[in-house]
Design a protein around this ligand. Structure first.
Ligand SMILES: NC(=O)c1ccc[n+]([C@@H]2O[C@H](COP(=O)([O-])OP(=O)(O)OC[C@H]3O[C@@H](n4cnc5c(N)ncnc54)[C@H](OP(=O)(O)O)[C@@H]3O)[C@@H](O)[C@H]2O)c1
Length: 308
């Protein structure tokens, strides 16, 4: 048995509750993991709210929150290769199995061993924010020296993007609220406060011929504003808002395989990517962490640390 935070119906934060559940048994393509740390992400509250039923609408309740975790393998499904009991790993959870929990099921093909030097709190941020940032840059494939605008640069995906883009020699400008000025400038990006007036005019002044590409982490009206700032129509990728296709842009193409997780782990251990974890929470306070992410203005990356 282990503690977990989940929900028995779709809804707001009030439907969340802690409960005890038996350790789930891994199917042939899954691994059972003792969770050491779990990333807290916007998708977690979207799935709880019923805004992602293509992913979890068919699953039985209770469902447990959380999509990514790092921990230690407790047992391995028959068809899983390359992973053994006792391995330290990071990976994507089976949807609904959740990672705001003491044990969970990770998908064998979307789980990777992690280097000894990598703390589990860092490794827990690899599957969602880390690989998404890498996927965006792979998809854009910009040459060194190209200009990149990152809308919402202060969040989990944005701050990873800022660092990996600089690592590729891109010249990065990013929008964030005033509280994130230091976080953004520490990545080498030019900080632009989106809460001040006429954002489009101020960004255009920085790139009169347009940015080589625009990446959006915010969506909605904010996406519509920044989509006009690309040098070429369509050089816009959104990670969260499918309406980007109506503007001639594309959604990020996600790769959730083991090799991509290993690439991000390597970027972390070689000092090129810091997940900017600003707060860690014990499992018993996971609801507080998710509420902060749900506010839309979390200060950097939030992680559950089950050793607390
Ligand atoms: N497709 C995928 O596989 C995938 C993967 C990861 C994430 N996503 C999606 O991508 C989005 C971002 O994820 P995340 O993990 O980076 O979220 P996050 O860590 O919660 O960050 C969101 C950021 O948006 C900023 N923000 C809010 N309103 C803004 C505005 N008008 N202009 C500029 N910045 C603004 C907030 O910073 P301030 O405090 O400065 O406002 C916050 O730092 C979410 O919708 C998520 O679901 C999709």
């Amino acid at each position: 048995m282990g503690k977990a935070l989940g929900y028995k119906e779709f809804g707001g934060a009030d439907v969340q509750e802690f409960f005890e559940r038996p350790d789930p048994a891994p199917g042939p393509t899954e691994v059972l993991v003792r969770v050491a740390a779990a990333g807290v992400n916007p998708l977690d509250h979207k799935l709880r709210s019923g805004h992602g039923t293509a992913l979890n609408g068919h699953l039985p309740f209770p469902q447990v929150l959380g999509m990514e975790a790092a921990g230690t393998v407790l047992s391995v499904g028959d068809e899983v290769t390359g992973l053994s009991v006792g391995d330290r790993v990071t990976g994507f959870a089976l949807t609904g199995a959740g990672t705001y929990a003491e044990t969970t099921l990770l998908l064998g093909e979307s789980t990777a061993r992690i280097p000894d030097a990598l703390p589990e709190t860092w490794a827990a941020t690899i599957p969602v924010a880390g690989t998404t940032a890498l996927d965006v840059l792979d998809q854009l494939d910009l040459p060194s020296g190209a200009s990149l605008l990152v809308n919402g640069i202060g969040g989990g995906v944005g701050s990873a993007l800022a660092q990996l883009a600089r690592d590729r020699g891109l010249v990065v400008t990013g929008t964030a609220g005033p509280a994130k000025r230091d976080l953004v400038t520490a990545t080498g990006a030019t900080f632009v406060d989106y809460t001040e007036g006429d954002l489009a005019r101020r960004l255009r002044a920085l790139a009169p011929d347009g940015f080589a590409a625009v990446v959006d982490n915010v969506g909605g009206e904010s996406l519509r504003t920044v989509a006009t700032l690309a040098a070429k129509q369509g050089a816009v990728i959104s990670v969260g808002d499918p309406a980007v296709t109506e503007l001639g842009g594309e959604m990020v193409l996600r790769r959730v395989d083991r090799a991509n997780l290993e690439r991000v782990a390597e970027l972390m251990t070689t000092g090129r990517l810091d997940p900017h974890i600003t707060r860690t929470y014990p499992l018993a306070r996971a609801d507080e962490a998710l509420a902060l992410v749900e506010s839309g203005h979390a200060p950097g990356k939030l992680v559950l640390d089950l050793s607390l």
